[in-house]
Design a protein around this ligand. Structure first.
Ligand code: FES
Ligand code: FE2
Length: 434
């Protein structure tokens, strides 16, 4: 794990405090009177002021997912990630750590790096060529015969960065919440056997969804809509989120198969010493998490039509392929599937109140060869289809939230995790506004 040096950037509640008192009172009331067990009022999905508060209270305060280490394996490799108005450079440094720099030139504010990913030595702004070291120090500003100024005062601003088990997180707060240490301790043992440090990116997909970031996260927290995912239903048990007594008639047979597969997977995990227990702390801690290992249908190995492996190379030091999926949901902006043969990371990068970038990255063992060990089309097929279906669902909800006829509706029992996510969100913002 590494941590960047942080320069204080924002003060708590600055943006919220700048709102006219009447408007802030209205927004505060929306949070205060949110009806438990019901979807949120429309402004949470459509209002620019609430989006700005989300950026400050959620994305400006918490540890947020940026990338996997496989996306920047070598010194000088970087990705740029945007969260609402923020743009960050996440760069692998010579010491093997990560530098997190605000992608805002200290001359006149131009974006310094404009590509989503790449490799660089020094960072040169394309406007007037101010040049920064990978640590963000301003090392050159051509100013023929002009103003003298202290270059050391004009380095790129830095944010916090840390790696846990091959995942990179950033934090824009002056003082990151310490609770993430505990959350990291929860998920690290689940991920370690998959050894993300020995993976490579097989494919990355960027989709812009016409939906508020919370709708994207809500959609991911339930399988009530899983009839809409025929490709995924080949391997993912559509009974996810259901409990005894909630099983509809058409899923009874699947439920029985799922229970048998669970018992068999649990036995295998115990034998191999892999953590199996469900940890569900979505709204009971600051860095909300759910992690579990769950069986897959068919052969139980991967997200394919028959559940068979999609890459021939096992990850890390895993004992065999038939390990189902270790799935993690990490608030506020990510979820993951860790399988025996590959890993899929999903990150949500809010653009504005009605648009979000959803980035999906497929990782395979670093010695797996495309066309030999895996077929890229087959590897990515299920989740490419599923992502498009989810995008459509999210967009239907965004459209609904924009209608004067919209009013919050009740969550079903199988949507209890959606409620937990919303409860977490409301609590975090209220704490920030208090
Ligand atoms: S804005 Fe970057 S060098 Fe001028
Ligand atoms: Fe879905």
């Amino acid at each position: 794990m590494t941590a960047s040096v942080n320069v204080p950037l924002n003060s708590r509640g600055k943006l919220a405090a700048s709102l006219p008192a009447e408007q802030l009172a209205e927004i505060t009331a929306l949070f205060e009177f949110r009806r438990t067990g019901y979807s949120l009022d429309a402004p949470f999905y459509t209002d620019r002021s609430i989006f700005n508060i989300d950026m400050e209270a959620i994305f400006g305060q918490h540890w947020i997912f940026a990338a996997s280490t496989a996306e920047l394996p070598e010194p000088g490799d970087y990705v740029t990630v945007d969260y609402g108005p923020y743009s960050l450079i996440v760069l692998r440094n010579d010491d093997g750590g990560v530098n997190v720099l605000h992608n805002v030139c200290r001359h006149r504010g131009a974006r310094v790096l404009t590509e989503a990913a790449g490799s660089t030595g020094n960072l040169v702004c394309g406007y007037h060529s101010w040049t920064y070291s990978p640590e963000g120090n301003l090392i050159h500003a051509s100013a023929p015969g002009e103003t003298k100024f202290d270059k050391s005062c004009f380095g790129l601003k830095r944010a916090h960065g840390r790696e846990v088990a091959g995942l990179i997180f950033v934090c824009l707060a002056d003082e990151p919440p310490a609770d993430f240490d505990e959350t990291a301790k929860i998920f690290e043992p689940y991920l370690a056997p998959h050894d993300l440090s020995k993976t490579k990116v097989a494919y990355q997909q960027n989709i812009i969804e016409e939906g508020n970031w919370k709708l994207v996260m809500e959609n991911n927290r339930e399988c009530y809509h899983c009839d809409g995912h025929p490709e995924l239903a080949c391997s993912l048990f559509p009974t996810w989120g259901l409990t005894e007594g909630l099983i509809p008639a058409h899923l009874e047979e699947v439920w029985d198969r799922n229970k048998q597969a669970e018992a068999s997977l649990e036995e295998r995990c115990r034998r191999y010493g892999l953590p199996y227990e469900v940890v569900e702390q979505l709204d009971t801690r600051i860095a909300g998490i759910r992690i579990s290992r769950e069986p897959l249908d068919g052969e139980g190995e991967s997200f394919s039509a028959d559940g068979r492996r999609l890459s021939k190379k096992l990850l890390g030091d895993l004992p065999d392929f038939r390990l189902g999926r270790c799935s993690m949901h990490l608030q506020p902006n990510s979820w993951f599937h860790f399988l025996g043969d590959h890993v899929i990371t999903f990150g949500v990068f809010p653009i504005n109140e009605h648009q979000s970038l959803v980035r999906t990255t497929w990782l395979v063992a670093d010695d797996a060869v495309e066309g030999v060990d895996y077929d890229l089309e087959k590897l990515t097929y299920t989740w490419k289809q599923t992502n498009l279906q989810d995008k459509a669902f999210v967009e239907l909800c965004q459209q609904g939230a924009g209608s004067p006829a919209y009013e919050p509706g009740p969550y079903m029992k199988s949507e209890y995790q959606v409620e937990a996510f919303i409860n977490w969100y409301v609590q975090r913002v209220q704490e920030h506004l208090a």
